[in-house]
Design a protein around this ligand. Sequence first.
Ligand SMILES: CC(C)(COP(=O)(O)OP(=O)(O)OC[C@H]1O[C@@H](n2cnc3c(N)ncnc32)[C@H](O)[C@@H]1OP(=O)(O)O)[C@@H](O)C(=O)NCCC(=O)NCCS
Length: 155
Amino acid sequence: MIRPATMADVPEIHRLINYHAEYNRMLFRSHTNLYEHLRDFLVAVENHDNREKVVACAALELVWRDLAEIKSLAVDDALRGRGLGSKLVQAAIDEARRLRLTRVFALTREPRFFEKLGFRVVAKESLPHKVWTDCIQCPMQTNCDEVAMVIDLES
Ligand SMILES: CC(C)(COP(=O)(O)OP(=O)(O)OC[C@H]1O[C@@H](n2cnc3c(N)ncnc32)[C@H](O)[C@@H]1OP(=O)(O)O)[C@@H](O)C(=O)NCCC(=O)NCCS
């Protein structure tokens, strides 16, 4: 099941993101940062013994009047390749549509995954400057290998 995140999900979201961050697949996020941005997050949960376990997460961060970014997309390593990542991105796009946004982008090293969901590669320079604030804290800053990908939504 995909649902909006709650405060109680933060420790598990933190674990998922920082697991992949250790492998340089995404940026680390602190508990403080997650609490501040919790309303951006969707989670995929599974039920185990009547307890929910967060197995994947994604954030849709608003950038500008017409634009949002998909960030911190992380699937539990043991459950990769089962459609959870796609479902979360689709749910984030649905939320973007609800907000009447016309474009969603991602900065990613997984272009083929995003291509399958209808995103296309664009020049990084085509995105607004504001997008690059995260780069300041990125270890890959001067050697960035991320691809900028955009999906246009009907207005
Ligand atoms: C990348 C990631 C989010 C994909 O989520 P997932 O649940 O494993 O992917 P899905 O099962 O939804 O895959 C959807 C499709 O994309 C394909 N795909 C997934 N990852 C891929 C990759 N790295 N390269 C090529 N294709 C990929 C799948 O084969 C599948 O294709 P199909 O529809 O033809 O079967 C997930 O593997 C992950 O958390 N990776 C580590 C963290 C990361 O890199 N996050 C992205 C940051 S932008």
